[in-house]
Write a protein of this length. Structure first.
Ligand SMILES: Nc1ncnc2c1ncn2[C@@H]1O[C@H](COP(=O)(O)OP(=O)(O)OP(=O)(O)O)[C@@H](O)[C@H]1O
Length: 262
């Protein structure tokens, strides 16, 4: 996917927020968008996600399924958690059965079970943020765009963000994530785009930052501890599978081995 000489301003005759931005992201790649407050990170993400159209330039190769996680989930809607997520899944083209399955899966994974019948305006900020994350993942996205996803999430849910990003990448998706709190260590191997002076510059990854996948066999009883320690050291645990599961397909993306879900 490529943003080609993209310009954006919020009103005709107003100041340019982004000028002549050209960036590209390939399947299986993540980019962290850095920059000071007000630099234009959210604007860039919304352009990439297709929420804002460019005033000039174009966006090529945007995947059909885009998951957009806004900085603040708009919780002022009169639906229950279950009703909202099911409607969101149906709007994304899932059948009734697929929608129920996807909603059940994300409700369970994000610990939203107790809130299924609660209406969105009654949710705490952190729980509302989880709904924002869940709705973006109901259909596996070819592009997942997360605007400051760590804001407002509790510790357990914050752990989930890099896990989910790893899964989207392993399935060949692209991920863009903005960050002004220095959480980038949680996404090793991600490209770095810095927004400043109305444009975007990329720090080219060095060989040291290139990613490889290492397969480990760990006694089942010690898996939770090992995963916890690996994550604490900044490693990216893509997934855990049982010894009788078929081995994953591995392919090369930009020189790094990436597992594909079979
Ligand atoms: N809807 C809007 N209408 C007019 N101006 C806007 C709008 N949204 C953002 N801006 C302006 O565009 C510029 C970039 O804003 P943006 O939200 O993209 O920055 P950001 O880097 O994401 O900031 P933050 O880290 O505070 O979220 C700012 O000057 C902001 O005031």
């Amino acid at each position: 996917m490529r943003l080609e000489d993209v310009w954006l301003r919020y009103r005709r005759g107003g100041p340019w927020v982004l000028r002549s931005v050209t960036v590209e992201i390939a399947p299986g790649e993540a980019a962290v968008v850095l920059g000071r407050n007000g630099a234009g990170k959210s604007t860039l993400l919304q352009l990439a996600a297709g929420i804002l159209p460019p005033a000039r330039g174009r966006v090529d190769g945007r995947p059909a399924v885009v998951g957009w996680v806004p900085e603040r989930f708009p919780a002022g809607q009169p639906f229950t958690v279950q009703g909202y997520l099911t409607a969101a899944a149906r709007m994304r083209g899932l059948s009734r059965i697929e929608a129920d399955k996807a909603v059940r899966g994300w409700v369970e994974r994000l610990g939203l079970g107790p809130f299924q019948c609660v209406r969105l305006p009654q949710l705490s900020k952190g729980t509302a943020q989880k709904i924002g994350l869940a709705q973006a993942l109901l259909r596996p996205p070819g592009l997942l765009v997360l605007d400051e996803p760590w804001e407002g999430l509790d510790a357990a849910a914050r752990e989930l963000v890099p896990e989910v990003v790893g899964e989207v990448l392993a399935a060949g998706g692209r991920v863009l994530v903005s960050d002004h709190r220095g959480e980038t260590a949680r996404l090793p191997g991600a490209r770095e785009w810095t927004v400043a002076d109305q444009t975007v510059t990329e720090r080219v990854p060095t060989g040291e930052r290139a990613m490889v996948v290492v397969e480990l066999a760990i006694p089942a009883a010690r898996v939770a501890d090992a995963v916890h320690r690996l994550r604490a050291e900044g490693h990216h645990v893509l997934r855990v599978r049982g010894h009788d599961a078929p081995p994953p397909v591995t392919r090369l993306v930009s020189g790094a081995a990436v597992e594909e879900s079979s």
